[in-house]
Design a protein around this ligand. Structure first.
Ligand SMILES: NC(=O)C1=CN([C@@H]2O[C@H](COP(=O)(O)OP(=O)(O)OC[C@H]3O[C@@H](n4cnc5c(N)ncnc54)[C@H](O)[C@@H]3O)[C@@H](O)[C@H]2O)C=CC1
Ligand SMILES: CC(C)(CO)C(=O)C(=O)O
Length: 298
């Protein structure tokens, strides 16, 4: 399959490097990574290993492929969509945090699929990405149900050795992931603690409040997410990733812009739309937003 991976950073390089084992892959990224991939290929090290030779470009304009996989940070999604709109794709799949598939769908004519990835990836150096954990990709049609494009994308991922589930209940899964991120990301970033610190104590209280609010908003959106389901997912992720530093904590520690707007900000915006209270998410969004403004990265 011809696949374009838009956003060849950590996750995009891991997924693109693995897909290039059996598919015709083009990475859209930035230098010096892109130049190194052109010279020496792309190495995947760690929990997965591969050395493949995807094409790599810095200009994503006017490209065509059967599938485009979007792996830019959530705040770059609108710009990525504008660039993708100059090309031609049968389907576009988001593997990002947040509900970015809606931004893509509002700007693109292609079929937009939504997904989640629990693989861990870190761009170790130009030309080399480290797989820090083998997880799973779950993907499916944005409104749920089935679609041939989702089946084709799922088969392409599986053929490349990526653990993949094609799901019929993607909205619930996307909101469950959003609820887990709402519970963990800002609390760990503000408290400067690993995910495991939220297993009990005050961090746990804040995380559970953020999750409970997110479930209320998901239900107001018509998504069949239960508090018990989201709470179990939160507790499982806290336990399975106890020693990890969340992506938001890593961003704050590196002085980078975070995905707070796509997680807590998105939840607050939808809460306002539905007239539902979300005081914990609002406070978390304001505090991380204040840090970003003070740091000049917002
Ligand atoms: N890193 C991980 O282990 C995981 C990441 N995710 C999600 O995946 C998304 C991406 O995360 P990361 O890979 O960690 O971020 P990242 O910052 O490492 O990668 C994004 C890349 O996109 C590139 N990019 C952005 N706009 C571009 C443009 N217009 N043209 C060319 N290149 C462009 C950036 O230069 C950057 O290299 C996020 O939403 C994140 O939450 C989800 C699961 C795991
Ligand atoms: C699931 C979790 C919270 C794991 O750290 C994550 O997705 C993140 O850090 O962004």
């Amino acid at each position: 399959m011809e696949i374009l991976v838009f956003g060849a950073g950590s996750l995009g390089s891991l997924v693109g490097g693995l897909l290039a084992r059996v598919h015709d892959v083009t990475l859209v990224g930035r230098d010096p990574h892109v130049s190194r991939v052109r010279e020496d290929g792309l190495r995947v090290t760690g929990a997965e290993t591969a050395h493949t030779a995807p094409k790599a470009v810095t200009d994503g304009e006017g490209r065509a492929a059967e599938l485009a996989v979007v792996t830019v940070k959530s705040f770059d999604t609108a710009e990525a969509a504008e660039t993708l709109a100059t090309g031609s794709f049968d389907a576009v799949l988001s593997l990002q945090n947040g509900l970015t598939e809606e931004t893509l769908a509002s700007r693109l004519d292609s079929t937009v699929l939504a997904g989640t990835a629990t693989y861990g990836a870190r761009l170790a150096e130009p030309g080399r990405v480290e797989c820090t954990g083998v997880g799973r990709v779950v993907l499916g049609p944005r409104p749920g149900g089935t679609h041939p494009a989702a089946e084709r994308a799922g088969k392409a991922f599986r053929d490349a050795g990526i653990r993949t589930l094609v799901a019929t209940d993607v909205p619930r899964r996307r909101w469950e992931k959003l609820a887990v991120n709402a519970g963990i990301n800002a609390v760990t970033a503000l408290a400067r603690v690993e995910n495991g610190a939220l297993a009990d104590g005050p961090g746990s209280e804040a995380a559970h409040r953020a999750v409970r609010e997110t479930v209320r908003i998901a239900r107001a959106e018509g998504v069949r997410l239960t508090y018990r389901g989201a709470r179990d997912a939160l507790e499982e992720v806290i336990s399975a990733t106890a020693a990890n530093r969340s992506s938001m904590l890593q961003d704050v520690e590196s002085g980078r812009r975070t995905e707070v707007d796509a997680i807590h900000g998105e939840i607050v915006e939808r809460a306002d739309r539905h007239g539902v209270d979300a005081p914990t998410n609002r406070t978390l969004a304001d505090l991380v937003g204040a840090w970003e403004s003070g740091r000049g990265v917002r």
